[in-house]
Design a protein around this ligand. Structure first.
Ligand code: SF4
Length: 236
């Protein structure tokens, strides 16, 4: 058995569980929390071979509302096209997300950085909503696509889900580390193939603000670089 401290632990646990599942007569059901279409691509492409997958969009962090809908439309676009390609039905459940409640709970994100403790709470909150739904609707397994992103820590995500699994023992947690084996890159290729919209910020309003500030800073740097190159040309 692989050491828990190994960087490949969650990926190996995933493979072990999939081997077990493949020996069953029937595919078990899996509720798959998805934050957006591009992150869904690669995990879905491997999971449908082993599970009857239902995708869940539980993401009150994604704001403004126009962006929430844009990411949801992209998710639907991919699920529709991919279901047709694989000749299977892949249901989608959309949560009635409470943005006001989310914003109250995560008001301190403003003081935190992306990837900091508030982000872990944010992941736990959304996974909690989705796990609860999965357990209430008798799914055999639950997992999230979020481990595919290099910006999201797989170990912490798996540890969050392990705790949730104790709360909802009737639905098992499927360990994952989808970023292993070039998962994120493979996902980007699929997203390009399907012409999916790819956002450039995480989701909440502070993360949008940080992204805009970063873009402004980059633009100013480019401008001053171009100005100094021009003055060098004139002098030369
Ligand atoms: S940056 Fe992303 S993970 Fe962090 S709080 Fe905002 S939406 Fe949640």
């Amino acid at each position: 058995m692989l050491n828990r401290e190994s960087k490949d632990f969650y990926n190996q646990e995933f493979k072990e569980l999939v081997r077990e599942v493949d020996s069953l007569k029937e595919k078990p059901t899996l509720f798959l929390h998805a934050c957006c279409g591009p992150c869904l691509t690669y995990p879905l492409s491997i999971l449908v071979d082993h599970f009857k997958v239902t995708v869940g969009y539980f993401n009150p962090n994604i704001q403004p509302y126009s962006e929430y809908l844009k990411r949801l439309d992209t998710l639907k676009q991919f699920i529709e096209a991919y279901s047709k390609y694989r000749g299977m039905e892949i249901p989608l459940v959309i949560n009635e997300d409470d943005f006001e409640k989310y914003n109250k709970l995560f008001a301190d994100r403003i003081k935190d950085r992306e990837g900091g403790p508030t982000c872990l709470r944010c992941h736990a909150y959304r996974m909690g909503l989705a796990y609860e739904y999965a357990a209430d609707h008798n799914y055999d397994y639950f997992t999230t696509v979020m481990t595919v992103s290099c910006k999201k820590p797989s170990r912490e995500l798996n540890e969050i889900a392990e705790k949730l699994a104790l709360k909802y023992p009737s639905t098992k947690y499927l360990y994952s580390d989808f970023k292993k084996e070039n998962g994120q890159y493979k996902g980007i290729l699929i997203a390009k193939e399907y012409g999916l919209y790819r956002q450039d910020y995480c989701g909440c309003l502070p993360s949008l603000k940080e992204r805009e500030e970063y873009k402004k800073k980059k633009a100013l740097e480019e401008e001053s670089k171009a100005q100094s190159e021009n003055s060098l040309t004139i002098i030369g």
